[in-house]
Design a binder for this molecule. Structure first.
Ligand SMILES: Nc1ncnc2c1ncn2[C@@H]1O[C@H](COP(=O)(O)OP(=O)(O)OP(=O)(O)O)[C@@H](O)[C@H]1O
Length: 258
């Protein structure tokens, strides 16, 4: 069995003539907290879109826990174990907090009930509903959202909406969690709390986490290894401290500030 949860091999995609992502090779060990960083427009979100089936790679492949998922649909990829959050939060705003998590749980085989059982409201249907609500409550408790479970998602403060998005992604029982700029728009206190939450999720669920982030404090604080993208290709890769001190990486970011 592979020691890696995710391997990408020469992953790439072109849009018209533009090679948005090219020859990206990343290996993420099981239970690792791994960062994907790089200046604006470097191709980070495009890599997430490739790994979740939003885009089909033009070149290369990606393997999750030994299974090649290249070319599979978004639903299949999610079922096989990749879940994500988005740069701009995408919750079901007019649903309650708990409903948002229940939507994620409905995706799981464990909770699949024969449609006839549901239609006829047979005991199995109710048992499943109760189990799902309990599971959803458990998840909300972990994220400190249990008290607000019946509020509308849109009424949660920003930091809590971010947490709810992570809870909903976890409800699909993934092997790999992709977080797209989880600290975007957060103040330093919220960011510090989020760092604790991400570490906790990794430890509690033995989760492998790949995150895109611009906040270097967060990246340096929690990521064990990094890949830096620049103009769609890998600029540097390896242990976080070494990568962040790599002169090529510093130059790429200085260029961004100008
Ligand atoms: N569907 C698409 N059609 C055409 N070009 C695209 C498409 N999706 C992404 N691109 C291009 O791919 C490049 C990489 O964009 P991407 O959003 O992945 O960068 P990023 O590193 O996530 O940037 P940011 O940090 O600003 O979010 C950009 O030049 C972008 O315009």
């Amino acid at each position: 069995m592979s020691e890696y949860m995710l391997e990408t091999k020469n992953l790439g995609i072109s849009f018209g003539g533009l090679k948005a992502v090219q020859d990206v090779n990343i290996k993420i060990k099981k239970k690792q907290l791994y960062g994907l960083i790089g200046p604006n427009g470097a191709g980070k979100t495009t890599v997430f879109n490739l790994l979740t089936g939003v885009y089909t790679p033009t070149t290369g492949e990606f393997i999750l826990d030994g299974e090649n998922l290249t070319g599979k649909s978004q639903e299949v990829i999610n079922h096989r174990g990749i879940a994500r959050t988005f740069q701009n939060i995408r919750l079901f705003n007019n649903m309650s907090v708990i409903r948002n998590v229940l939507v994620g749980l409905h995706n799981q085989n464990e909770f699949h009930v024969n449609p006839l059982t549901s239609m006829l409201r047979l005991p199995r249907h109710y048992k499943c509903e109760v189990e799902m609500r309990n599971k959803a409550k458990e998840l909300l408790k972990i994220f400190g959202l249990e008290e607000e479970r019946n509020n509308l998602a849109c009424n949660l403060p920003y930091g809590k909406q971010r947490k709810l998005e992570i809870a909903r992604a976890l409800a699909t029982n993934p092997k790999l969690l992709l977080l797209d700029e989880p600290a975007a728009g957060m103040n330093p206190n919220e960011t510090a709390e989020l760092m604790d939450t991400i570490r906790f999720v990794r430890d509690k669920f033995d989760m492998t986490i790949l995150l895109i982030e611009h906040d270097m404090k967060l990246v340096g604080g929690i990521c064990e290894e990094l890949t830096v993208l620049n103009f769609g290709t890998v600029l540097a890769q390896g242990k976080t401290d070494e990568v962040l001190n790599d002169p090529r990486v510093i130059t790429a970011y200085v260029g961004e500030d100008e």
